[in-house]
Ligand binder design. Structure first.
Ligand code: SF4
Length: 267
């Protein structure tokens, strides 16, 4: 059996285990290459796992094209969650439409409004969630585990592709004719919002195009902040990130509490 087939089998086993041990298991589909592998595996082997994506309102056209392609290709429906419009309006009013370039705090505030708050709504009441994170994607992901409790969101979290390499991901996509974001063919190995993602040059780190103006240890959007419960015993990188995120949360909660802005749940 090939190394890739062993990883596929192990991943399917994790997906089936998650679906059997927990009720209401959801897959947070970022529509990146890794998550397209999981989309294909879930559709084929664990269709009881529901899929959702976050539309931040700032995605590139190619990502919207892929959302439509997934809908047409797979039987498992892809739900789409949007940001709270009043929070976005308050953020833009305070920081400007592109205020995320001004500081790490402002960037994480934007990510909180456009990603973290919708993610919390998507995960509310669920038993477990699945992500496509891989260990070698970023310095912030070195201490992840395949399965761990996500204290921030209050549910179990599975990272079944943790030990896959970038080469494994693309081998699976090619061998199974899995749809993928066409920006990957234009030197965008890691994709996010359009204004915060650039192409990379040969030899650059695969996440060098994400928030390229920041230091590598800040390059998380807050969706996976609960890694900190594990990383707190290790490098401390995530502890720095968590502190920054808490400041962003406090700022957004303050915005949300203003007269005329509808209150949201932030816990
Ligand atoms: S990636 Fe950029 S545009 Fe998207 S939510 Fe984060 S800061 Fe905002």
């Amino acid at each position: 059996m090939s190394d890739l087939q062993q990883k596929i089998d192990a991943t399917v086993a994790v997906l089936k285990r998650a679906a059997s041990e927990f009720t209401q298991v959801v897959f947070a589909n970022s529509l990146g290459a890794e998550d397209m592998v999981l989309t294909d595996l879930i559709a084929k082997h664990a269709p009881d796992i529901a899929m959702f994506s976050l539309d931040t309102g700032r995605l590139p056209k190619e990502t919207y094209d892929l959302i439509q392609e997934v809908r047409q290709r797979y039987d498992v429906p892809l739900a789409v969650y949007f940001p709270n419009s009043e929070l976005v309006e308050a953020y833009v009013s305070q920081h400007g439409i592109n205020g995320f370039y001004d500081s790490v705090e402002n960037r994480k505030g934007c990510c909180f409004v456009r990603k973290v708050e919708p993610l919390r709504r998507a995960l509310k009441g669920k038993g477990a969630w699945i992500t496509g994170m891989r260990r070698d994607q970023a310095v912030t992901r070195g201490t992840l585990e395949v399965s761990s409790f996500d204290a921030d969101n209050g549910l179990q979290k599975f990272n079944p592709l943790l030990e896959w390499s970038n080469k494994d991901v693309w081998a699976y996509i090619r061998q199974n004719d899995v749809p993928y974001n066409k920006l990957h063919d234009q030197f965008y190995p890691s994709l996010g919002c359009a204004p915060c993602t650039r192409s990379v040059t040969p030899g650059e780190d695969i996440r060098a195009g994400r928030w390229w103006w920041e230091d590598p240890e800040h390059k998380e959007c807050g969706l996976h902040v609960s890694n900190g419960s594990k990383v707190a015993h290790g490098t401390g990188v995530q502890a720095v990130s968590s502190t920054s995120l808490q400041a962003s949360r406090a700022r957004i909660i303050e915005i949300a509490a203003r007269p005329g802005v509808k209150q949201i749940e932030t816990a």
